[in-house]
Design a protein around this ligand. Structure first.
Ligand code: C5P
Length: 223
């Protein structure tokens, strides 16, 4: 039997990736965190495509796509992002990347560059992919679609704890501002905006633990 294709979209820091990872383990399928791809491109731009004033030179980035090789390697069950053979999974969580990623992700050229590889990974089934446009654009025919949401204060708390856990210095107010600003840019962009697919199941997990959110998703998968 073909294993399911599951799309998880939603606002920043609703736990999409960590929840998807656990569900993937439970179901014996692959997990792809698509946000990591946009973060990877942003990290590359910050390293290689800067104007003199420190802003990202978008045109230079577009002409550098051929220099970028993004690849997920299976490291004891977890897909880890490599760029040009370097493990960049920690670098892409930096505040600098978070502050720039939505401006990069709204570019049509960037989205086109990443679209097909995401779809290819889902071709054989057996994948849970999380992001902002998975149920609407990347995998509109996914077997199951979920849209996660939670209050901004709860999401701020979660992201702040996550950054501390990664050893990244953070200020709670700045974390909150970054989440609000990213959600705004992601929702308002012209191409593949952050929005619920018509046929997605909404889960507000403000009052739910991670375990309860996972149980809720699993109960829908069994139906
Ligand atoms: O999931 P994460 O918060 O790491 O995503 C970082 C950013 O990448 C988002 O704020 C959004 O700008 C972009 N993104 C996107 N489409 C996706 C996944 C992420 O535009 N499918």
């Amino acid at each position: 039997m073909k294993k399911p294709v599951i799309a998880i979209d939603g606002f920043s820091s609703t736990g999409k990736s960590s929840i998807s990872k656990i569900i993937a383990e439970k179901l014996g399928i692959v997990h792809l965190d698509t946000g990591a791809l946009y973060r990877g491109i942003t990290w590359f731009a910050l390293q290689n495509c800067l104007n003199e004033d420190g802003t990202i030179n978008i045109e230079q980035l577009f002409s550098s796509f051929s220099l970028i090789e993004l690849e997920f390697k299976n490291d004891t069950g977890e897909l880890v992002l490599f760029m040009n053979h370097i493990n960049i999974s920690k670098e892409i969580r930096s505040n600098e990347v978070s502050n720039n990623v939505s401006l990069i992700a709204k570019q049509k050229e960037v989205r086109d560059f990443l679209l097909q590889s995401q779809r290819n990974l889902a071709e054989k089934g057996g994948i849970i992919m999380d992001g902002r446009d998975i149920g609407t654009v990347v995998l509109p025919n996914a077997d199951f679609k979920f849209f996660l949401t939670a209050s901004i204060d709860e999401r701020t708390k979660r992201r702040y704890q996550e950054l501390l856990g990664l050893g990244i210095e953070a200020d709670e107010n700045q974390v909150k501002e970054n989440l609000i600003e990213r959600d705004r840019i992601d929702s308002e962009r012209e191409i593949a905006p952050l929005k619920k697919a018509d046929d997605a199941i909404v889960i507000d997990n403000t009052m739910l633990t991670k375990k309860e959110t996972i149980e809720s998703i699993l109960s829908h998968l069994k139906k």
